[in-house]
Design a protein around this ligand. Structure first.
Ligand code: CMC
Length: 391
């Protein structure tokens, strides 16, 4: 069958060409469509960055208004789909609820499933961007046993999400502009990261010509794992544990170094960055400013900072070139905003959505080639079947 390269975990194999996101892991550089992440985080908005990633250019004012309007018209969930949430146990983690509801979009919106019809692809794109925040808010409401709110389309995407998450029906909800701005910025930082595990999953599912909703649902599942998007939840649980056991970061670092019980420093390390993750630099700054404005657990932030310092000055981490990644400081901020720990990865999914869509669409602009890796077989050679009585 010819020559096969063995590359577990795709350490050196490029699965695709892509014009969306550029990362230089040695230099700590991240750009979307050529624009440095620092500039986008400082000047742009999540909706504008979504447009940039999906369509390739920053929108004109008219394009942005049209895009925003189209999204606004699709924020409602089908009433039957709303009842879908009732079927989950109240203590369910919101990630499987999210991915299931996103997958169910393929059942409710059958007029936008054809990957080769540009109008249907456009419609499913807008529907996903519009409905994911609604689904995410309902996953939260379900977990706390509170009533669902209909979207208020006079609000921006992020404001609407905050209101649907933390508001109550028939009660006015005042969106805190500091929180909305910080969340918008965090969503920008998560919006794309080239061929990470979840994006590669979206591409692989999509490569069989499966529709956009179901491909993105696959990406959400890949994101849930603690080595990927689930790390933001794992970081906060780690910080909570350190705090509860007296705040001794040196002792924790010692355990990590000795690989005691397989414990890792969550929020540290990255396949591509061998230098400070540029997103982590930005998140750390927001953590400082937002916590001073809206309050929050300063002690947790102090533990995170002490932990970072202890790790960055330790041989183990220096040798392996392990630095904080995007997830290291996000949890402290999400908690200060009022989100329960279990919602953190849902927020990551909301941020990563435009990236998933952009990659799925980029893949479909090329002649479709099904993703089908090869393997090195290590099992038995041929052997004869043994009747059950003889085993
Ligand atoms: N704590 C302790 N040791 C670590 C860590 C860590 N967080 N990360 C890597 N190492 C060690 C690892 O044990 C290995 O050591 P040795 O050579 O002695 O076996 C060495 O560093 C190389 O690591 P690796 O696991 O081979 O690297 P990878 O590229 O396969 O894995 C990673 C990358 C992100 C999965 C890993 O660094 C990790 O598990 N980090 C913790 C989870 C985390 O924060 N994930 C979020 C990633 S960024 C956002 C996202 O994608 O969602």
């Amino acid at each position: 069958t010819g020559y096969v390269t063995y590359d577990p975990g795709f350490m050196n194999t490029a699965s695709t060409k892509s014009a969306i996101t550029y990362i230089d892991g040695e230099a700590g550089i991240l750009r979307y469509r050529g624009y440095p992440i620092e500039q986008l985080a400082g000047k742009s908005t999540f909706i504008e960055v979504s447009y940039l990633l999906i369509y390739g250019e920053l929108p004109t004012k008219a394009q942005l208004e049209d895009f925003t309007d189209r999204i606004r018209r699709h924020t409602l969930l089908h009433e039957d789909l709303k009842r879908f949430f009732d079927g989950f146990p109240r203590n369910a983690h919101p990630m499987p609820v999210l991915s299931s509801a996103v997958n169910a979009l393929s059942a409710y919106y059958q007029d936008s499933l054809d990957p080769r019809d540009p109008e249907q692809v456009e419609l499913s794109t807008i529907r996903l961007l519009a409905k994911l925040p609604t689904i995410a808010a309902y996953a939260y409401k379900k977990s706390v046993g509170q009533p669902f709110l209909y979207p208020d389309n006079s609000l921006s995407l992020v404001e609407n999400f905050l209101r649907m998450t933390f508001g109550f029906p028939a009660e006015p909800y005042e969106v805190d502009p500091e929180i909305a701005a910080a969340l918008d910025m965090l969503l920008i930082l998560h919006a794309d990261h080239e061929q990470n595990c979840s994006t590669s999953t979206v591409r692989l599912v999509g490569s069989s010509d499966a529709n956009l909703f179901t491909s993105v649902s696959g990406g959400i599942n890949a994101l849930w794992g603690p080595l990927h998007g689930g790390a933001n939840q794992a970081v906060l649980e780690m910080l909570d544990d350190i705090k509860a056991s007296g705040g001794d970061v040196k002792e924790f670092v010692r355990k990590v170094k000795n690989k005691e019980d397989g414990v890792k420093l969550m929020g540290f390390g990255h396949r591509v960055y061998r230098n400070y993750d540029p997103r982590a630099t930005l998140v750390k700054k927001v953590a400082d400013s937002i916590l001073s404005k809206i309050g929050g657990d300063d002690q947790l932030l102090d533990i995170a900072k002490a932990l970072e310092e202890a790790a960055l000055t330790d041989e183990y981490f220096i040798e392996r070139r392990l630095y904080p990644n995007v997830d290291f400081y996000t949890g402290v901020i999400y908690r200060a905003m009022g989100f329960p720990t279990r919602m953190f990865t849902v927020l990551f999914a909301m941020g990563r959505l435009p990236g998933w869509i952009a990659h799925w669409r980029e893949m479909h602009r090329e002649p479709l080639k099904i993703g089908r890796p090869r393997q090195i077989y290590t099992g038995y050679g041929e052997r004869d079947y043994i009747e059950i009585a003889g085993r």
